[in-house]
Design a protein around this ligand. Structure first.
Ligand SMILES: *[C@@H]1O[C@H](CO)[C@@H](O)[C@H](O)[C@H]1NC(C)=O
Ligand SMILES: *[C@@H]1O[C@H](CO)[C@@H](O)[C@H](O)[C@H]1NC(C)=O
Length: 506
C-alpha cells in the first residue's frame, strides 16, 4: 500500500530473521508441576504472574511483554538520528569499505550497532507509520482540558460528532499524559467514515461525585458504530469505589453504570488499554458481530461488587485474546443469544472465573453455542470454568470447549449448575436450559474446595455428552484429595481424570 507498509514489512522480516533463540519469547511461566503427557508446548498467554509458588499473592506484572508498549508512539522523534552510520552501511554494502582489515572489522561493529539503532527506532516508530490515522480529531482542539478536574464531556462529544461526519478513515485522539474527566456520554453512529479509530493515550476518568451523575446505567456508550477500533495504551478509570461503598443499600447497588458499553458495533476492535475500578461491569458487548479484544488489562479489587471484566450478550464471532483480568466478579460472562466465541490467553484472578450464564432467568429462552476457551489461567478464583442455568429456563448451552486450562487454587475449578436458583424462584419448574456437548481437555492445577468437578444437572433433563479428557486437579491442601459430584450428568471420560468422575462412562 504505502511506503510505510513496505518499511514495516522489511523490519518485520529482519525481526524474524534475527530470532533464532527462543529465549526472547514469552514463556508460559505458571509452572505446571506435571504435565502428564499433556502437550502444552509453549502456550500463548503473554503474561506472568508475580508469584509462581501457588500462593495467590503478589502483583501481576503488566503490561504483558510485547510491542504494545510502543504502539502509541505518535511522535516521530529519533527517526533522523545517526545518518552517518547509515552512510557507512551503504558504503559497506557498496563495497567501499575493505573487508578483513581492522578498519573493516571496526566498521562491521559500527554497522551492527547502526542496524540495531535503526531497528529500535523503527520498532518504536513503525506502529504509527503502519497505522494510517486518516483525518485526525484531537479532543484538545475541541476544548478538552485534560486536567482531571474540568468536565471534558462536551469537548469529547463535539470532537466525536465532527469525526463521525467526516469521510474516509478518521481518528479521535485522546492524548497521552492527561486525565480527561467524563460524565456519561454516548458516541453514536452510524458514522460516514469507513473506519473510526479512537486512540486513548491518556486517562479517561469518571466523576467520583455521585451527585453529578445524570445516567446511572451507562458511562461511556458506543452505539451503532461499525469498524470501530479503540486502542492507544491509555486507561479508563471508573473511580468505582464511591459506588461500591453505596452497595450496603441494595437499591443503590443495583443502580450502577457499566463503564464501557458497545451496542450494535460490528467489527469492533479493542486493544492495548487498561480498564480499572468500574462502577459495575467494566466492558459490555451487546448486539455486536465480529469483535476482537486483545491485550487489555482489567483490574478492580477482589471484594468490589459485580465488577465483571467483559460481559457478552446477543453477539457472535467474538474473540478475546491475551488479556489479564483481576476483578470482583466474573472475568468474562457469556449471556444469551451469543455464539462463536473464542477466548484465548486470558489470565483470570482474582475473580469468579469465566462463566456461561446465568441463562434462562425467569423462564427465559436463552441460547449460547460454540464457545471455545483455550490457553487460559485461573488463579485464586471462586470458579474457573462455569456453566450456570436457571431452574425453569429454556433454550440451550452447547458446543462448548475448555482446553489447556491451568487452575491455581480456585474454589470450584469445573462447575456445571443446571439448577441455579439462588432465590428459590419457581423451584418446581420442570424445564431447564439444555446443556450438551461440553468438552474439558487438558485441565490441570489445584482446587481449594474438595469438590473439584461439580456436575449438577437437572433431575428432569440432565446434561448430555459432557467429555472430560486429561483432567488433573489436585487439592491445594497438602495431603488432601479432590472429589467429583454428579447429578444426572452423562458423557464420558477419556484417559486420565483426577478426581475420578464415576457418573461418566470410560
Ligand atoms: C494454545 O497454546 C498452544 C500450545 O502452545 C498453541 O499451539 C495454540 O496455538 C494456542 N492456541 C491459541 C488459540 O492461542
Ligand atoms: C467465528 O468467528 C470468527 C472470528 O472470531 C470468524 O473468523 C469465523 O468465520 C466465525 N465462524 C463462523 C462459523 O461464523
Amino acid at each position: 500500500m504505502s511506503l510505510a507498509s513496505v518499511v514495516c514489512g522489511l523490519f518485520a522480516y529482519i525481526l524474524t530473521q534475527g530470532k533464532n533463540s527462543p529465549a526472547g519469547q514469552p514463556q508460559f511461566q505458571a509452572g505446571s508441576p506435571n504435565q502428564g503427557g499433556i502437550a502444552m508446548g509453549q502456550p500463548q498467554p503473554q503474561y506472568q504472574w508475580g508469584n509462581q509458588g501457588g500462593v495467590p499473592a503478589g502483583p501481576t506484572k503488566f503490561p504483558p511483554q510485547g510491542p504494545q508498549e510502543h504502539s502509541f508512539s505518535q511522535t516521530q522523534d529519533g527517526l533522523l538520528h545517526d545518518t552517518s552510520s547509515l552512510r557507512e552501511i551503504l558504503a559497506y554494502i557498496q563495497g567501499q569499505t575493505p573487508l578483513g582489515t581492522k578498519e573493516g572489522h571496526r566498521k562491521l561493529l559500527k554497522m551492527k550497532a547502526a542496524i540495531l539503532t535503526l531497528f529500535l527506532i523503527f520498532m518504536i516508530a513503525s506502529p504509527c507509520l503502519c497505522n494510517d490515522l486518516g483525518k485526525v480529531f484531537n479532543v484538545i482542539s475541541y476544548g478538552a482540558v485534560g486536567n482531571g478536574k474540568t468536565d471534558d464531556t462536551k469537548a469529547f462529544a463535539k470532537a466525536w460528532e465532527a469525526m463521525c461526519n467526516a469521510n474516509g478513515i478518521t481518528s479521535l485522539i485522546i492524548p497521552k499524559g492527561k486525565i480527561f474527566l467524563l460524565n456519561p456520554v454516548q458516541f453514536k453512529g452510524p458514522c460516514k467514515a469507513t473506519k473510526v479509530l479512537v486512540q486513548v493515550g491518556g486517562t479517561i476518568a469518571a466523576s467520583a461525585n455521585l451527585k453529578t451523575w445524570t445516567d446511572n446505567e451507562k458511562w461511556i456508550h458506543f452505539e451503532t458504530v461499525d469498524g470501530l477500533v479503540i486502542n492507544g495504551g491509555g486507561q479508563i478509570d471508573g473511580q468505582g469505589s464511591v459506588w461500591w461503598n453505596a452497595c450496603s443499600d441494595k437499591k443503590h447497588c443495583d443502580d450502577r453504570p457499566t463503564a464501557l458499553h458497545f451496542h450494535n458495533c460490528n467489527g469492533l476492535q479493542l486493544s492495548n488499554l487498561r480498564h480499572l475500578n468500574s462502577q459495575r461491569n467494566h466492558i459490555s458487548i451487546s448486539g455486536c458481530k465480529g469483535v476482537k479484544i486483545n491485550n487489555l488489562r482489567i483490574s478492580a479489587p477482589e471484594d468490589s461488587p459485580n465488577t465483571d471484566g467483559i460481559d457478552i450478550s446477543t453477539s457472535s464471532n467474538i474473540e478475546v485474546l491475551n488479556t489479564v483480568m483481576e476483578t470482583g466478579d466474573d472475568c468474562i460472562a457469556i449471556n444469551g443469544g451469543s455464539s462463536n466465541i473464542t477466548i484465548s490467553g486470558v489470565a483470570c484472578g482474582p475473580g469468579h472465573g469465566i462463566s456461561i450464564g446465568s441463562l434462562g432467568k425467569n423462564g427465559a429462552f436463552d441460547t449460547v453455542e460454540e464457545v471455545h476457551m483455550r490457553n487460559c489461567t485461573f488463579k485464586g478464583t471462586q470458579n474457573a470454568a462455569r456453566i450456570k442455568t436457571w431452574q425453569g429456563g429454556k433454550g440451550y448451552a452447547r458446543k462448548i470447549s475448555y482446553e489447556n486450562i491451568q487452575i491455581i487454587n480456585s474454589q470450584n475449578p469445573i462447575i456445571i449448575d443446571q439448577n441455579y436458583n439462588p432465590y428459590s424462584l419457581n423451584a418446581n419448574a420442570q424445564s431447564a436450559v439444555e446443556i450438551s456437548d461440553v468438552t474439558f481437555r487438558n485441565v490441570y492445577g489445584t482446587s481449594v474446595d474438595e469438590i473439584a468437578i461439580d456436575l449438577v444437572c437437572s433431575d428432569h433433563f440432565g446434561c448430555s455428552n459432557i467429555v472430560l479428557n486429561n483432567i488433573d486437579i489436585k487439592s491445594a491442601i497438602p495431603g488432601k484429595q479432590t472429589i467429583s459430584r454428579c447429578n444426572n450428568a452423562h458423557g464420558s471420560t477419556l484417559s486420565l481424570c483426577t478426581p475420578i468422575v464415576p457418573c461418566l462412562s470410560h
